[in-house]
Design a protein around this ligand. Sequence first.
Ligand code: GLY
Length: 335
Amino acid sequence: MLARRQFLQLSSMGLSAIGLSAYKGKSAVQKPIVISTWDAGIRANKAAWQVLKNNGRALDAVEQGVMVTENERNCCVGLGANPDRDGYVTLDACIMDEYANCGSVAFLERIKHPIQVARKVMENTPHVFLVGSGAQQFALSQGFVLEKEGLSEDAKKEYEKWLKKSEYKPQINIEKNQQAFVPSRLSDGSFNHDTIGMIAMDAAGNLSGSCTTSGMGFKMRGRVGDSPIIGAGLFVDNEVGAAVATGQGEDIIRVGGSHAVIELMRQGVTPEIACKKVIERLYKIKGAKAKDIQAAIIAINKNGEYGSFCLQKGFNYAVCTGDNNNQLIDGKFLI
Ligand code: GLY
């Protein structure tokens, strides 16, 4: 924490030059605003914006926003995505609101909208996190229906291809350029790692966030990444800001990614610099192996300032502040 005298000295030096966020005062706050990871965020933001522009709650916006992506057939989030190495699609999701209420599900099968189940965990149980058959049983008790077993056409082809070598190999930037219904693939035609994270501030100035994923394609059965883990994949502190991560979950967990960003912003650091510092920490831990993975974090603070940082070139995120202001921004990168 900066001592008051230090803070005043820094103020006179010009805060932005050293990555500290100048307090802009209430009138300068940019709200409502919604930002989300990857190209799919453009479509998800549109749904979230419908809630925000009508003075809806950020919590509803981030739930409805990512449901668009969960719904996109053959998109890399939701039941159309690639399966684990035993051939089953397993989903992880979490949600957090302005009161620090949160709910998560992981290793959830055959339920179309894990983000909605996460919200039910938050609102209708005394718990934060349900997994596997317990999460599915809870979902059914809440009126969700069990979807048919089996893979989407694309995922089936990918899985059959993968089975030939059965090689466990994470790939970077797998989420990029996913179009609704027709996801484009990497040069070898594959995609294996998939997340959408969304954070928003509503017209009342309240923050919420959501994150949903099918996780790493062809993962070990039972593997869970950062996305449903509050503090790793997502964190919201209504006094400070919100952050959400995407990329190699194991490494985002190692640095407590999203929570670390919030704590840096609490000290006055801008969203971009906060994300950068956490990505640098991750890079230091990974050493030479960092070149094989992607990790990215996006964040907003209470002024509505936003920013992002990622490990490798190729990450992008969508920022929406109006019906005609929903744009894709390339994340700044470290290596
Ligand atoms: N970031 C998503 C995952 O690793 O599962």
